[in-house]
Design a protein around this ligand. Structure first.
Ligand code: AP5
Length: 221
């Protein structure tokens, strides 16, 4: 089982890089934001609760997200490991993950922190577009689709995420960066943290990420 945690402020590029890492390792991406958005779209009680926080740029309460995320991590498709995108996001979540993995005789193998200054991120989020069918990520400036408003991979329509409006983005940064830095510190202390400069082009960040992965888990992982 190989567990890789991807850390970064909102918009740092976790969702962009996660599929490459997962393909390299042959494990799924488990993205907390995708789990929550699916619950919102399905109108479940979890979705109704999560929506109240997400629409304001706030974190969903730890006990809710820990329960939902650890249940997802326990499903059979993650038995060989997973790339965790968006979880853990607070020290409480990181400690809950440690306890759950310890129960399986495992630990977080690697935490990759994609570091980008906040000013760059607010600008990036304004240009983000997501495909309706599968959540593929584009950017009008740095990673545009070949055909306007259309996903290159599945042809579905591209849309702006509800929480990418500038005021909500700024609220997300103010609320979420301080606890993120505590999580970064948690993994620094446990010796598994590697930091990548996320200001460079997507392909360069991707190359660095795979290099870190190979150095820590081996080329045949
Ligand atoms: P979530 O969906 O996880 O959002 P996020 O962490 O805010 O991260 P994003 O998806 O916004 O950004 P990203 O880092 O994936 O960047 P991306 O690759 O898309 O969470 C949404 C909400 O759910 C939270 O606000 C919270 O309310 C709740 N939630 C989720 N998890 C939770 C948890 N554990 N606890 C509590 N609440 C939780 O890239 C962004 C843009 O930049 C794209 O347009 C992309 O094309 C572009 N880009 C990417 N890399 C580069 C680059 N190197 N150069 C230029 N452009 C780039």
């Amino acid at each position: 089982m190989t567990v890789v945690v991807l850390l970064g402020a909102p918009g740092a590029g976790k969702g962009t890089q996660a599929p490459r890492i997962a393909a390299h390792l042959g494990v799924p991406v488990l993205a907390s934001g995708d789990l929550l958005r699916a619950a919102v779209a399905a109108g479940t009680s979890l979705g109704r609760e999560a929506d109240r926080y997400m629409s304001r740029g706030q974190l969903v309460p730890d006990d809710t997200i820990v329960r939902v995320f650890l249940e997802r991590l326990g499903r059979p498709d993650a038995s060989a490991g997973a790339v965790l995108d968006g979880f853990p996001r607070t020290r409480v979540q990181a400690e809950a993950l440690d306890v759950a993995l310890a129960g399986l005789g495992r630990r977080v193998d690697l935490a990759i922190y994609i570091d980008v200054p906040i000013e760059d991120l607010v600008r990036r989020m304004a240009g983000r577009r997501i495909c309706a069918a599968n959540g593929h990520v584009y950017n009008l400036v740095s990673n545009p689709p070949r055909v306007a408003d259309t996903c290159d991979l599945d042809g579905s329509e591209l849309a702006q995420r509800a929480d990418d409006e500038e005021a909500t983005v700024r609220a997300r940064m103010a609320e979420q960066v301080p606890p993120l830095l505590e999580v970064v510190e948690h993994y620094r202390r446990s010796g598994v943290l590697r930091t990548i400069d996320g200001r460079r082009p997507i392909a360069d960040v991707g190359r660095d990420t795979i290099e870190v992965l190979e150095a820590e888990t081996g080329p045949d992982a």
